[in-house]
Design a protein around this ligand. Sequence first.
Ligand code: NAP
Length: 507
Amino acid sequence: MITGKNCIGGRFKADGSVEFRTINPKENVENPMVFLEATKGEIDAAAELAWTAFKTFRNIPGKQRADFLNSIADEILALDKELVDMYMLESGLPEGRAIGERGRTVFQLRSFAELVSNDDWRENTFDAAQPDRKPMPKDDLRKTMIPLGPVAVFGASNFPLAYSTAGGDTASALAAGCPVIVKGHPMHAGTNELVASAIVKAAEKTGMPKGVFSSINGNVQAGVDLVNHPKVKAVGFTGSIGGGRALFDLAAKRDEPIPVFAEMGSINPVIMTANAISNRGRELAKTYAGSITLGTGQFCTNPGLLLTVKTDDTEGFIQELAKKTIAIAPQTMLHPNIKKGYQKKGEDVISQDGVEVVGEYKGDLEPNDAASIIASVSGEAFLKNPKMHQEVFGPFSMVVQCKGETELIQIIDGLEGQLTGTLIAEKDDDLNLAEIVESLQNRVGRIIYNGVPTGVEVCPSMQHGGPYPASTDSRFTAVGIHSIKRWVRPISYQSFPMELLPDHLKK
Ligand code: NAP
């Protein structure tokens, strides 16, 4: 049963009186559960408990942390239908997506459990002493990775499970030995509470310190208080550029600045060569209509920008893409604010000089349904106007028709940082593909060849993060086991006696 309370170090409590409710976006009505925002005192308590827990949690052997992570996965599965129903109620996403995302969440938890079952992830290095080295002796040096401290995680609206309460940020931080305080996404407070209860049960069953996990409900101020708290040592965020940048700036202004790993907006450019369009334009239009509308376009890897060199085939391709896209039945967006944002940003982009709407869904819509849009513009107009580069979060894509390869490369070079870039080309293409790849790789974290950017595999070779504003630190990934590196730092031990070294450095 939902209590509406905050989870402070394993205890569900609510000292405050400010209430809020989540929304059922399908019905466009408030849900019956009432949630209470955390007070400043509760946020302080969560951070202090996390700091106390850190002192023991960071030294708990990896195998025990693995048991904790596996136990969280088990408890999430045990919530079964209750969790799936709550997820659907609060997000408007269908059952298949709920089950799929739960599977991904459980997989991530188990992957991190496996990772920390031994100490290889710490990348330990050993340099033996050379007491007889001339002219100076060399000391024994050993380097390893240690956790940063309590991590604040902001739940993502577009992944209520896999990038929220027990999602990738939380799983990787706990695996590293960092206690976690989650600010649940306010639109998914029920889903957040259920998952928080699963984490609390797992922590109790596996004997973890009580401050190892907390979850707070709240508004913008709660997030600000959390990031400003001196006992919080790092932040994980997925959401808007405005939100991520605000938290990044806040963290930088603290007396002790801390890292903020924010994964934000992207328009994920797709370069389609004229040869590819001429040879398989119809097939590409169908595939891309599916990718643009997948999950109502609410994926950070949604292809919002298609770039091509204009030929006689381009117009036919754009018409076909528009036809196929608007033929796909509209779906509910995650919450009314996201729908408002989609409409506002969409209108902003299509009202720019030179932008033509080629297709827009005009059928009946429920209040939070999104009408898909395909727009088109010349390369020249796009180059002059950065407003056209903004993310329109939803089923929207713009085709840019360049006059030649030089203009295409100029556009790629002028783009902001992106999560992905895609190249759709033929084997013996007329375009200089190597030059395009050279430009593209400077702007993105992942390059896809002859595929679609949507669908992010969780595996070690996945890079999910790119130059700003795709993420605040392009050296790290938010997906896959290497995301643990965000929450640790290297430390060297010089000339240490064996008994004072951590176990994993004793050899
Ligand atoms: P959001 O507005 O960035 O909010 C995410 C979380 O950050 C919420 O908990 C929010 O709190 C908090 N937050 C936002 N601004 C803050 C600030 N200045 N200081 C402290 N906390 C702050 O994202 P959203 O609600 O998920 O969606 C809004 C828009 O973000 C979407 O329409 C879309 O454009 C973009 N988005 C992009 C991606 C992506 O992957 N590229 C994913 C999700 C969303 P409150 O809700 O209490 O304000």
